[in-house]
Design a protein around this ligand. Structure first.
Ligand SMILES: CC(C)(COP(=O)(O)OP(=O)(O)OC[C@H]1O[C@@H](n2cnc3c(N)ncnc32)[C@H](O)[C@@H]1OP(=O)(O)O)[C@@H](O)C(=O)NCCC(=O)NCCS
Length: 244
């Protein structure tokens, strides 16, 4: 059965790697992958990374089949020039964009009716330094960070980090987009806004951003380009189901 994709929506699914229901299904997820993905899976050094890769690709396949129909094993992905896996276009199929992100303990997946969609999730337990902000953040972001009391800096660091990653992932260009040449403004409770230096040819008004805390250790950001009003960003915790 094919479900209609929710109108004017971005779907964001979050999978907890350590959930017993997820662990019990890892073999079934693995069985959905194609030869290239299995070769890649075999090259991971650590089991935890391997599992997150398997979960991410299985989730992408299951969601595409949910909305487009057919067997989740049928989908072929091609990497764009910067490595983003995209759905190999098939005649007549509606276009969807999707993006996957993994971090310690979590896999996130975003899907929309545009290819310009990106998601990033980070575990905030990791050690951070001002050096990273100085190297990768825009001057305005660095200034915002440094002006904060020490106790708030880690949280805001990951706000900027995940938003910047979500944007470059939505553009599908990875680090080919200079991270220092666009800056986020955090305006909670309003959504974050982006501003571009002249080096980046893009229109800030076309972008929508959303943030979430899927757990108290994980920060998530989504970026999507929309043509009209804001989309409905639906974030859900799931255990991907595979038909027996
Ligand atoms: C590769 C990159 C797109 C994301 O890397 P990441 O944050 O380490 O990893 P994530 O788990 O969030 O994303 C990886 C997934 O994104 C997708 N992806 C790969 N290349 C991509 C690209 N160019 N654009 C969008 N998505 C991409 C893939 O689905 C990949 O998952 P896969 O292993 O299942 O194929 C890129 O942005 C990168 O290398 N970033 C470096 C991080 C950094 O230094 N940031 C500085 C602070 S902001």
């Amino acid at each position: 059965m094919v479900d209609p994709f929710p109108e004017h929506a971005v779907q964001v699914l979050v999978v907890r790697q350590d959930a017993p229901e997820v662990r019990a299904r890892l073999d079934r997820y693995r069985a959905l992958l194609d030869t290239g993905e299995r070769e890649r899976e075999a090259r991971f050094h650590f089991d935890a990374d391997r599992e997150r890769f398997v979960i991410g690709r299985a989730l992408a396949r299951l969601q595409l089949s949910r909305y487009l129909g057919g067997d989740p094993r049928q989908w072929s992905f091609v990497a764009n020039a910067h490595g983003r896996p995209e759905l190999l276009a098939r005649g007549g199929a509606p276009t969807f964009g999707f993006n996957v992100s993994h971090t310690r303990g979590l896999v996130a997946f975003a899907m929309a009716r545009t290819t310009d969609v990106g998601v990033d999730v980070e575990c905030i337990d990791r050690v951070l330094t001002h050096d990273i902000a100085d190297r990768f953040f825009a001057p305005a972001e660095v200034a915002t960070l440094r002006a904060l009391p020490a106790r708030d800096q880690a949280r805001v660091f990951f706000d900027f980090w995940t938003l910047k990653e979500a944007y470059i992932k939505a553009r599908g260009m990875g680090l080919a987009l200079p991270l220092r040449h666009f800056a986020f403004r955090l305006r909670a409770p309003a959504p974050p806004a982006i501003a571009f230096d002249p080096e980046i040819d893009d229109d800030a008004e076309t972008w929508q951003f959303a943030q979430a805390w899927p757990t108290d250790r994980h920060r998530l950001a989504v970026a999507v380009r929309r043509s009209g009003a804001d989309l409905d960003v639906r974030i859900e915790d799931v255990v991907p189901r595979v038909d027996e």
